[in-house]
Design a protein around this ligand. Structure first.
Ligand code: 26V
Length: 813
């Protein structure tokens, strides 16, 4: 199907691709071309290209084995992969070939791409980063495995019903999943609860009360140019006894199947990790389930290939994606001490040398900890090991002359408060202690890690914290989602940037070339037209592609300040109504994002965006000067449609709160200007694109921290006529005539504490937006700035990020 000469061991003569697809359709799907539905064609196409992928996959695996290569293991409770067909075809370089073959069969490849389910096994940035990393690992030809959970229901599907978010289950596996391979032989025993017998030699025998079997399901991950194919190994759960026949025969059919149901419950649903810390026992069970299966698999592979468990750190680098897999530290210790008979100290050396830990948020409410009683009941042996690790850690701290207050902060155990709050196991401290590297995801975030949550651990281990600024894969986020821009850039500077995103810098001089600017603007306009058509069809909203497309798409969270954007929209609406004669820049405000189902204010913000949209869009006095769109069901595939069409990228979090952001990078790479605060990776984007090519406003993280002291939001609101007008309009029910009190509580929160400093940054934001209007009127200048963004953000490729991890943390490059 592809150039056969490059295929390992493939026969030199293969039937034409169209014939292969039809053959697959008939023999694998069991349908003929006349009876086939679009899903059948999709499955037949995937299964056909998969053959090529499988061969490369086996080659990659064999080569790594033959070389005795060190492997990277990326443990993550979330992988937000999205659709895979276009990614695979594009990375294999067979897109046109497959398109032509399907054309010949009367099948539109675009239609097939659209019906592929979007695999949403993640909440947001952390999960999407894991998916970008997997792609870059394969593209850089690094042998790597991703480990996670194969959720039957991933991220919920969002419907907007009368402006409210409604959550529906996403059934991405409904038609099966032609990308995956169940490996029934790769199965592991996962125990919970029970008792521990401590043996005389320090080892222990754990006798779990309950157990399930973890079964591997593998998905190939194709790197750029098909160089390498790695494995994403997701665990599913199976009961050891699929049915209790005694119960069944006694007529209790539910009890007979209870074990299987319990096992399936483990992998049923993805937790909304960004609402409240899931205090649920099930969440801890999920974490241990996938950690144990993954660590057992890694240890099994190591012993099988290399014989001696003591060389593990030379051959395996395990990266913990946040603290969700942190129990892996205790699990590896358990295997080394109890199963491989290593002395505790030696096991600890090996463990620390093997693990790296990445932190993705500093918000205190997001730091995981488990009630000690729950941890002990579910994982009694791990509890003992946590105590033993803690004793060692605190001994080291005391030897380093650490204050008692610092000792309390360093301890793996939160001793609980004076009000009888219970003792808890701190997963971030466990991950920190059990890893040789602890990294943040943007420069500012890493600095704040050192000065805030990990200050005392940092003093004890000053060399451990390091920065790895996030990145995104330019294959999905430029080449695949924006073929128009990719073609234009290739025409201008040649194809080198396809293999090295930093070569985009060759585009810088073209920002001053008027004819190139026009062609660039034409590509952007065509992307906007496509988005407008899509939104017209999907939500019956008519948009003017010549308006400024101003976009904020991301999880709905108060710290991300969608409310700031909505308030500014309301203020602008009021201004346009009061002064219709002025020369307004026509704008389309586009919002999309999901709110955790338990997060009341976030859901109210969605409703507010929809209420404002209804009022503004239906106001004849406004016409096309302002439109507001809340696009339902934000996911990876929707982002791929919206980002290439954006002119302005909203990255307006309260400074110090967004660890990095990665959407910010995607927009800049697609030629949008950023309006943003000095937060997360925005700072590094500014440093690269230059102050003149980004719109920065608002308080710095330091200023936010200082301002909290004595902050009086009411005074701020009263002093800003625009803000006050907007806030009062919302609070008095202008946008919710059916329920005038709807936003009373939300607005009262602004007056009362305004934790996210919306009021404090409002005037600066509003002024920055009017500055954006002024810039937009100078088309040439705007396009030049947009081109400079594209040219200068190649550094934010996840290839760069992964090479830094590879060299500085994993030792594999
Ligand atoms: C979790 C929680 C839980 C409690 C309520 C507040 C809250 C807020 C955020 C989170 C998210 C935690 C993990 C996460 O997704 N972090 C994101 O990781 C991205 C990749 O590094 C990064 O770009 C985002 O800035 C960061 O929010």
């Amino acid at each position: 199907m592809t150039d056969t000469a490059t295929l390992p061991d493939s026969p030199t003569i293969t039937p034409p691709l169209a014939a292969q697809i039809v053959d697959t359709l008939v023999h694998r799907i069991g349908k003929d071309a006349d009876a086939a539905l679009p899903h059948d064609w999709l499955a037949a196409t995937i299964l056909t290209v998969r053959n090529d992928i499988i061969e490369r996959w086996m080659e990659s695996t064999k080569a790594a084995h033959a070389a005795g290569a060190k492997r990277v293991y990326y443990l993550s409770l979330e992988f937000l992969i999205g659709r895979l067909l276009r990614d695979a075809l594009s990375n294999l370089g067979v897109m046109e070939e497959v398109r032509t073959a399907l054309d010949g069969l009367g099948v539109d490849i675009g239609e097939l791409e659209e019906i592929e389910p979007d695999a949403a096994l993640g909440n947001g940035g952390l999960g999407r980063l894991a998916a970008c990393f997997m792609e870059s690992l394969a593209s850089l030809d690094l042998p790597a495995y991703g480990y996670g959970i194969r959720y039957v229901n991933g991220m919920f599907r969002q419907r907007i019903d009368k402006g409210w978010q409604v959550e529906l289950p996403e059934t991405w596996l409904r038609y099966g999943n032609p990308w995956e391979f169940e490996r029934r032989e790769s199965a592991y025993f996962i125990g919970f609860g029970g008792d521990v017998d401590t043996l005389a030699d320090g080892r222990a025998h754990w006798d779990p009360a309950e157990a399930v079997e973890a079964v591997a399901v593998d998905t190939p991950v194709v790197g750029w140019r098909g160089k390498r194919v790695n494995t994403l190994r997701l665990w599913t759960a199976r009961a050891f006894d699929p049915i209790r026949l005694d119960a069944f025969n006694a007529g209790d059919h539910e009890l007979a199947l209870a074990g299987q149901v319990r096992a399936e419950t483990l992998v049923r649903v993805l937790y909304p990790a960004d609402s409240t810390p899931a205090g649920q026992e099930l969440r801890l069970r999920q974490e241990y389930f996938f950690s144990s299966a993954s660590i057992q698999d890694i240890v099994r592979r190591h012993v099988q290939y290399f014989g001696d468990i003591r060389t593990l750190p030379d051959k395996a680098a395990i990266q913990l994606n946040d603290t969700h897999p942190a129990v892996s530290v205790a699990e590896l210790m358990r295997l080394l001490v109890d199963h491989h008979d290593l002395p505790f100290d030696e096991a600890w050396e090996i463990t620390r040398a093997t693990f790296g830990y990445t932190n993705h948020t500093l918000l205190p409410e997001a730091l995981e900890s488990w009630p000690l009683s729950l941890f002990e009941r579910l994982l009694p042996r791990h509890m003992q090991l946590v105590y033993a690790i803690n004793a060692r850690l605190l001994k080291e701290a005391r030897a380093a002359d650490t204050s008692e207050e610092a000792i309390r902060a360093i301890s793996l155990i939160d001793e609980g408060g004076a009000w009888g709050s219970e003792r808890r196991v701190r997963m971030a401290n466990l991950a920190f202690a059990g890893a040789h590297s602890v990294n943040g995801v943007a420069a500012l975030h890493t600095d704040l890690m050192k000065s805030t949550v990990f200050a005392d651990l940092h003093r004890l281990y000053p060399d451990r914290i390091n920065n790895k600024t996030n990145g995104i894969t330019p294959r999905r986020w430029l080449q695949q989602c924006n073929p128009g821009l990719t073609a234009l850039v290739t025409e201008a500077i040649g194809p080198a940037f396809l293999d090295d995103a930093e070569r985009l810098a060759d585009l810088v001089p073209f920002a001053d070339d008027a004819s190139f600017r026009e062609r660039f603007a034409a590509v952007k306009r065509s992307n906007k037209r496509m988005l407008a058509t899509y939104l017209q069809e999907s939500m019956r909203l008519k948009l003017d592609p010549d308006a400024l497309f101003d976009v904020q798409i991301k999880r709905i969270h108060e710290y991300k300040r969608q409310l700031l954007n909505i308030l500014e929209t309301v203020a602008l609406y009021d201004q346009i109504r009061s002064h219709p004669e002025r020369d307004w820049v026509p704008r389309v405000k586009i919002f999309a994002g999901k709110a955790a189902s338990s997060y009341h204010n976030a859901k109210l913000i969605i409703k507010l965006a929809n209420d404002v949209a209804r009022r503004v869009n239906g106001d004849p006095a406004i016409g096309d000067l302002l439109k507001v769109a809340f696009v339902p069901n934000y996911n990876v595939s929707l982002a791929e449609k919206i980002i290439p069409a954006a002119n302005l990228s909203e990255q307006i979090s309260t400074a110090g709160m967004e660890a990095s952001g990665t959407g910010n990078m995607k927009f800049a790479l697609n030629g949008a200007l950023t309006i943003g605060t000095l937060d997360g990776a925005n700072i590094e984007i500014k440093d690269r694109v230059g102050d003149e090519n980004i719109v920065i406003f608002g308080m710095t993280a330091e200023e936010v921290a200082q301002r909290r002291e004595g902050y009086d939001p009411r005074a701020v609101i009263d002093n800003s006529p625009e803000l006050r007008q907007a806030v009062e309009a919302i609070a008095s029910g202008v946008f919710s005539p059916d329920d005038p009190d709807r936003y009373k509580g939300l607005i009262a929160g602004l007056y009362d504490h305004d934790w996210f400093m919306v009021a404090a940054d409002f005037d600066a934001y509003d002024a920055a937006q009017r500055g954006v209007d002024a810039r937009w009127r100078n088309e040439g200048d705007w396009n030049a700035a947009a081109i400079r963004n594209v040219a200068r953000v190649g550094w934010f490729s996840s290839d760069r990020t992964i090479s830094e991890y590879a060299r500085q943390i994993w030792g594999v490059m």
